[in-house]
Design a protein around this ligand. Structure first.
Ligand code: NAP
Length: 292
């Protein structure tokens, strides 16, 4: 029996939950597939993808720092990839690479899984990187009326707003920095706050204005760790409904898996394997950090 391959490429992938999660689902479904982590130095993506085009790959996941380059090197880009300039999923068909970004819709699925629904009027995004851009695109499609993008580099936030504003004329985009004053002001009217920076995984938020988050605001962190991120802990303690990044990890994975295989297992199945392997990582290796 021949086996097809899926890859995840990025650095470092040794702490990634994705192989355990995907291989768990593959084994549960009994498919002739294997999902392999590939360590790749910067500057070598083009060479790697030339092998992917020719060998027995169905596709794979792309993580930091290759998401933008993967979008450029692909033959066909989805609308989300065109708008965000970043791909997290590649599908191989007859030697051609199709680029997709499942982060945005995976995030929306995670909101639905949580019972929060897709429609959120006033949203604050913390961060303006590839993940934030994908999520801003999906929120625009879902009909958010206002999206505030707060980022360390204001120029990068402005660029996301500039690109997405014409695509979603009914959504008002605005931008700002991440000083406590800007956060406080933006949190005042927020229905949903989405934390899209690596803080919580690498470094922590200092002076996060917890008290400015209203009790009826919802908070979603893209970061996950076995014990929960400190921002999620602090907000839950204040009675604010909050989720970490594990449901999104599972939901974006389920969407990628469906693109590669044509099979549509429930995102909950991915979540159960992700949850189990996150606990194992902590229990058996002592790693408290994780990457996707
Ligand atoms: P990215 O493209 O590298 O963007 C990183 C963003 O975080 C930028 O806006 C950057 O600001 C900001 N940032 C980085 N370090 C910071 C710091 N010390 N203080 C303040 N802001 C900082 O990364 P990405 O692809 O958007 O991913 C962001 C995070 O989300 C990563 O940790 C990733 O692992 C996680 N993620 C999780 C999921 C999931 O399924 N749960 C999916 C995708 C991503 P500047 O523009 O100023 O540099």
């Amino acid at each position: 029996m021949s086996v097809s391959l899926l890859f995840v490429v990025g650095c470092p992938v040794k702490h990634s939950l994705s192989p355990a999660m995907h291989n768990g689902v593959i084994s549960r479904l009994g498919l002739p597939l294997a999902y392999v982590p590939v360590e790749l130095p910067k500057g070598r993506l083009r060479v790697f993808l030339s092998i992917v085009r020719e060998a027995n790959f169905l596709g794979g996941n792309i993580t930091i720092p290759f998401k933008e380059e993967a979008a450029e090197l692909s033959d066909v880009r989805s609308e989300a990839v065109e708008a965000c300039g970043a791909a997290n999923t590649l599908v191989v068909r007859d030697g051609r690479l199709f680029a997709e970004n499942t982060d945005g819709e995976g995030f929306m699925d995670a909101l639905v899984m949580q019972g929060w629904g897709r429609r959120h009027s006033n949203v604050v995004l913390l961060g303006a990187g590839g993940a934030a851009r994908g999520i801003a695109f999906a929120l625009g499609e879902a009909g958010s009326s206002r999206i505030v993008i707060l980022n360390r580099s204001l120029q990068r936030a402005d660029e996301v707003a500039r690109v997405l504003s014409p695509r979603f004329p009914s959504t008002r985009f605005s931008t700002g920095g991440i000083d406590p004053g800007s956060l406080e002001e933006a949190f005042r009217d927020a229905d949903l706050i989405v934390q899209c920076t690596p803080l919580g995984l690498i470094g922590e938020w200092s002076d996060f204005p917890y008290k400015a988050v209203k009790k009826n605001t919802r908070f979603a962190d893209l970061i996950y760790c076995a014990k929960g991120t400190s921002v999620v802990h602090m907000l839950r303690a204040r009675g604010v409904s909050s989720i970490d990044g594990l449901p999104m990890l599972a939901c974006q994975a389920a969407r990628s898996f469906a693109l590669w295989t044509g099979k549509d297992p429930e995102a909950e199945l991915f979540l159960s394997f992700a949850d189990k392997s996150l606990k194992n990582m902590i229990d058996f290796t002592g790693f408290s950090t994780n990457w996707r």
